[in-house]
Design a protein around this ligand. Structure first.
Ligand code: HEM
Length: 539
């Protein structure tokens, strides 16, 4: 218990007034400023210490006003923790929407649960999720599942045990450095390669009796990430070996138990991570090993960029081994996720032929107006872009394609969130999937595939989705570093697909499962598809 004293200055239409308010409080408090002649209450939340109220509160349309402050203890989130150890993990993973729907009705949008062996607080409200994402290093810190943390082992994803180190500063520097590779100009410069790569790939798909789209899209996304940004020159043999290793790596990263034994997914993931790092290191050595003294590489990509970074004392910051580890994390983050979205795209479009027709009409028009070259400008605000956004919205919600869509943070101080007290050290689950599901204006059609909902004249569909709080890419300082690249790949992929190919998904009712080697659910048959070049293919 402590005595809270607040000096509150409010400006009303009759002038400024200052009051000293005192109240006995424990932990966090809510301070209410109330205009006496109005029913309207303006509420702000403060931590008890240090306590201050902002000046400059203008009450609504009243001549006289008295400020009153009341401090109330924020309440602890209510909830249930389910089974011993695993808690409610299975309910959450099996049916995230149903689970959050039920619990939020029972306990509100901030409640207690137990996930993957640890008690945590779940947050299922769009505004509060945004508040948490923006509070990185103020009240919370990035947290990912410890298995990913251990396998990725990079400051890019640093959390958990490595939280004690000066991760914030390192992370800020890394993000600032990466910005150059994801700027609008940089992204625009990747379009020609993406288009020409898809031209070749799609021509070859049309010549095969069937294509496993799960593999084909991963190969495309990996190639773009690596050739355009990372700058590591792998041999065909290395690429083939890595193909298998990424699957083990991903299974290990998704293994919540994290027990390192030769037969567990996590154990296999550890071995795969080590071997991946060896291969990346060998490829880096081959390209840059002989220039490590001067570090005059004569080319700029993410790998050379990291190698050229210096410490404050002028010494080189990263060894080749270090950079191999960073690149492993980046390559992992950059290909599997985007490829998963391409699968969902094919799934939804195949089931909604009227969307395919509209896309084809638009693409034909775009080609007539601008020629066959795809640029970011010609796709902005189009039905094609709106379709991409709708895929990203529905992918996490749809019963077939959905994944749990959870992000995690850890409280680094006691704080108050939406009237609830969160204690230092608490693991916080951000149910982004549920907040996407519960956008009120979409509720009647929330499970339908409707690209039109993102068509706002003169506005990019991506920007519109952000303005209603829908994003599959997180937010705040830890927002997905590759978001702009992912949007670009998805838009170019969609344009090239509908322009050039007809297709038949051979087992349209194949079950989608959180299958081996994948972060997302994927069709169990790898989405075996027969592609045919369209008679009116427009490239
Ligand atoms: C559809 C594709 C993608 C989706 C849905 C996705 C989703 C996400 C999400 C939700 C986060 C934030 C996690 C959190 O806040 O807890 C994240 C982080 C990250 N993503 Fe992506 N991502 C995608 C593609 C990419 C690509 C293409 C790259 C390329 C490099 C990438 C690199 C990263 C990195 C480096 C982080 C960590 C950022 C940081 O901690 O500062 N992602 N991604």
């Amino acid at each position: 218990m402590q005595m809270l004293k607040c000096k509150a200055t409010y400006t009303s239409t009759v002038g400024a007034r200052t009051e000293t308010l005192s109240r006995r409080v424990r932990g966090n408090v809510s301070v209410l400023a109330v205009c006496r002649n109005s029913t309207k209450e303006l509420k702000t939340h403060y931590r008890a210490s240090p306590c201050s109220l902002p000046g400059g509160f203008t009450p609504p349309n009243r001549d006289s006003c008295v400020a009153r402050a009341a401090a109330a203890e924020a309440q602890s989130p209510q909830g249930q923790t389910g089974l011993p150890f695993i808690g409610e993990t299975l309910d959450i993973l099996n049916d995230p929407i149903g689970y959050f729907d039920q619990r939020t009705k029972q306990y509100g949008k901030v409640f207690r649960t137990r996930f993957a062996g640890e008690d945590c607080v779940a947050v299922a409200d769009t505004k509060l999720i945004q508040e948490l994402l923006n509070s990185e290093h103020k009240t919370v810190i990035f947290e990912i599942n410890p298995s990913i943390d251990k396998l990725a082992e990079s400051p890019m994803f640093a959390s958990n045990e490595r939280r004690e180190r000066n991760v914030q500063k390192e992370h800020k520097l890394d993000r600032a450095f990466l910005k150059d590779f994801f700027s609008p100009a940089a992204i625009a410069s990747y379009y020609p390669y993406m288009q020409s790569s898809l031209r070749k790939r799609m021509a070859s798909w049309a010549e095969q009796p069937e294509v496993l789209v799960v593999e084909a899209t991963k190969a495309f996304a990996f190639d773009v990430m690596n050739t355009q940004l990372a700058g590591i020159r792998f041999t065909e043999e290395q690429l083939r070996e890595m193909d298998v290793l990424w699957k083990d790596f991903t299974n290990g990263a998704m293994d919540l138990l994290g027990i390192d034994l030769p037969w567990t997914d996590f154990g296999k993931g550890v071995r795969a991570a080590e071997r991946l790092e060896e291969i990346i290191l060998a490829a880096l050595r081959e390209s840059y090993g002989d220039k490590m003294d001067t570090r005059d590489f004569g080319e700029r990509n993410i790998a050379t960029g990291f190698l050229m970074q210096k410490n404050e004392d002028g010494s080189w910051k990263h060894s080749l081994e270090n950079v191999a580890s960073i690149m492993k994390a980046l390559l992992f983050a950059g290909h599997e996720t985007t490829a998963g979205a391409m699968l969902a795209m094919m799934h939804f479009i195949t089931r909604n032929p009227e969307v395919l027709t509209a896309l084809r009409e638009e693409q034909a028009e775009l080609v007539e107006r601008h020629g066959t070259e795809i640029t970011p400008e010609i796709l902005e605000g189009t039905y094609t872009e709106a379709t991409t956004v709708e895929v990203m919205r529905l992918q996490n919600i749809d019963k077939t394609t959905r994944s749990p869509g959870l992000l995690f943070r850890r409280a680094i101080s006691d704080f108050e969130l939406g009237g609830y007290s969160i204690k230092k050290g608490t693991k916080i689950m951000l149910a982004q999937v549920y907040s996407t599901y519960s956008v009120e204006k979409f509720l009647p059609t929330v499970e339908q595939f409707q690209p039109e909902r993102w068509l706002v004249p003169g506005k990019s569909a991506v920007a519109t989705s952000k303005s209603v709080g829908v994003s599959a890419f997180g937010g705040g300082p830890r927002v997905c570093a590759g978001e702009a690249l992912a949007w670009a790949e998805l838009k170019v992929f969609l344009s090239m697909l509908v322009r050039n190919l007809d297709w038949e998904i051979l087992n349209p009712d194949a079950e989608w499962r959180k299958s081996q080697g994948s972060i997302n659910r994927t069709p169990v048959d790898g989405m075996a598809t027969r592609f045919v070049k369209r008679a009116e293919a427009i490239n």
